[in-house]
Write a protein that binds this ligand. Structure first.
Ligand SMILES: [Zn+2]
Length: 226
């Protein structure tokens, strides 16, 4: 298999931060947010694109999938001649935020910690698009004709069953309709506008990511830099 193309590897011996998740746009989105939330991660994030499928697994099955991912993470560090500072794994819950979300999130994060030592599970509710709706100004900065309707502003976007449809039908229009590849570019605008710490409304999964990035930055990156 060629090593060229795919994830970009920067020559560095600093311990790497691995971002895993099935979808390229989601991995890139996570990377953009993490590099802003924790500047120490810049130049240290590498991506692995293998399917993770942890959300629907439980028990021994979950442990086995976490271990498979851990092997790939360790192999990546060996290949890059470095060590692993920490790991962020993204998946969409594909369901609205309810009592199940924290249970599933914690269950998978525990399995990841058992397999990897340090890991964070970025489980987006309902999907990563719900995070974009927290930043109406960034959506308009990305495309001047886009506007988040008042009824979706300042809300809990984790309660939206289909945020992608909201973006496609209510925020954007037929002249320039939202598509999944726009997510990283919109988040770039969020960063440029200095809004990562100032979402309009709330979303528990986005808040969780901010907390995880802060903890990772303060604890996990430092441990491995000493
Ligand atoms: Zn960490």
């Amino acid at each position: 298999m060629s090593r060229r193309g795919g994830t970009r590897v920067r020559p560095t011996r600093k311990p790497i931060v691995v971002v895993a998740g099935e979808d390229r746009n989601d991995r890139l989105s996570l990377r953009i947010l993490l590099e802003d939330l924790c500047p120490d991660m810049r130049g240290r994030i590498v991506e692995i694109s293998d399917p993770v499928r942890l959300r629907q697994a439980t028990g021994a099955n979950l442990a086995a999938r976490a271990e498979t991912l851990a092997r790939k993470v360790r192999a990546r560090a060996v290949r890059d001649d470095t060590t692993v500072a920490c790991v962020f794994v993204h998946e969409d819950l594909d369901a609205v935020d309810d009592d199940r979300y924290p249970i599933v999130r914690l269950q998978v994060e525990k399995a990841l910690e058992t397999a990897l030592g340090r890991a964070h599970y970025a489980l987006a509710v309902a999907e990563i698009e719900s995070w974009l709706l927290l930043f109406p100004d960034a959506l308009t900065a990305f495309c001047g004709s886009w506007s988040v309707p008042a009824r979706h502003r300042g809300r809990d976007t984790g309660k939206l069953a289909d945020p992608k449809q909201v973006l496609m039908k209510e925020v954007s229009g037929s002249s320039r309709r939202y598509r999944e590849t726009d997510a990283p570019d919109v988040l770039d605008r969020v960063v440029t506008l200095g809004l990562t710490a100032a979402p309009l409304g709330r979303n528990r999964s986005y808040e969780r990511l901010r907390e995880d990035a802060a903890r990772c930055c303060a604890e996990h990156l430092r441990e491995r830099s000493q």
